[in-house]
Ligand binder design. Structure first.
Ligand SMILES: [Zn+2]
Length: 96
């Protein structure tokens, strides 16, 4: 999975990952343009370590208090879906 994509609208390569309903989207951190979307199911069955936050909007860092869950995709996929299915955008941040 390659999250380093260049935005077609503004040329920025700063990207953010968000989940909305059942979709997994890469979003430009500079202009907010959606770059790639796939199914959340396609990525949720992995052991990749991530933190999930309520999305504060493009270009902003999520506040620690907005954490939904952290752990492997496999462990927290349901918690992410429970929030994303209500229409709230969920920001995924890969652990360093
Ligand atoms: Zn852009």
């Amino acid at each position: 999975m390659n999250d380093r994509l260049q935005c077609a609208s503004c040329g920025s390569d700063g990207t953010e990952v968000i989940v909305q309903f059942g979709s997994y989207c890469i979003r430009c951190a500079t202009c907010g343009e959606g770059i790639v979307a796939t199914s959340f199911l396609a990525v949720s069955n992995t052991d990749r370590e991530i933190s999930a936050f309520v999305d504060p909007g493009h270009g902003k860092q999520p506040a620690p208090g907005s954490l939904i869950a952290c752990g492997s995709f496999r462990q927290i996929a349901k918690a992410i879906r429970d929030v994303a299915d209500t229409g709230i955008l969920v920001r995924l941040v890969a652990k360093p």
